[in-house]
Ligand binder design. Sequence first.
Ligand code: SF4
Length: 362
Amino acid sequence: MINRYIDPEKIDIKEDCAEIDEIYAGERIEGFSLRGFELVEKADSFEDGIELVIPSFLSDVEVAGFHIKVACELSEEAVSALESLIGEVLNRIKGVEYKFRKEKVVLNLTNIDQKTFECMAKLLYDAFKKIPVVEKVRVKIILDKEEFDKILKYAARKHEERERLFQRKEGEVDKFYICTSCQYYLPGHGCVISPERPSPCGTTWIEAKAAEELEVVKYYSPAKKGEKIAESEYLGVNSAIEAVTEGKISKISLHSVLKNPPSIGLYSELIIFYDPDKDGFGIVDRNFKGKTPLGLTFEEMEKIMVGQQVEGFVGASYAYLKSEKFLKDEGGWNRVYWVSPNVYEYIKSFVDKRLLEKLKGN
Ligand code: SF4
């Protein structure tokens, strides 16, 4: 059992440099949009404090990487869970909107100036420093593209290593998690997270577990699995999702697209869709702006399904593509006939060569 270290209500992150309040957590920002990543890792020898890596012209900035080092006795699981604290803190700042996770972060800002980034760094420093077991903190915000690309690659490797290290089977655990973070925008929404189905925005079961136990954030709640009533359906999970969605969704088949698929919040990395003409499935990523063979773009599909259970469409994270339970209810990879180019790049190291040839041709 991991001890409870943080009560988010008690992370007092007041600084004079910005207006900070939980009411800004649902704020939508139009203005500047930066590509980002987040990484929290354990380290021993570093200087406590904050650091900004800025390019020669701040007005040209396109990226923002958040790299936080902590010196502490926490496990790798717990340190990884601390990454959720970054969005939790930054979203409380007026004029700042932090979306998505890991290497897919998007940071929307009303203003781009050094003061804003310094303020973010200070707030993150304060928040991490308030965790009693954390002895030293180094908050680095990387705005320089060259340095950003370097650390982005490092962060992706680190997250992949953690995925491997944290692997669990659904049969080995007695509870899943429900994330309600998107309720700021989608009242009554919840995403189910199982060991073999990370959230559509990429949070793994072990991260949700550690975050809930640490009380880093308030939005992961455990859902007892209960009796297994079908290949990917559990009585306890159905009751939990029914309670969260106020009766809107009462059945979830975790590895299905066609029957009671999980619903998605705002941050799904991928959409898996059913194409009746092919009797098969396509997978499109958020950055693919063209039309899929179904005649719809990612954005158009997302509008149809966000916060809803829509048979024929389901959201997923890249990490789910590696799951042994991937689309288990529908026949798995054999039923996939089309993927967008980014998805192809991602799967080519682990999907069967013959299938890859078929997907390349489509
Ligand atoms: S998309 Fe789902 S899992 Fe991700 S933050 Fe929103 S509610 Fe949570």
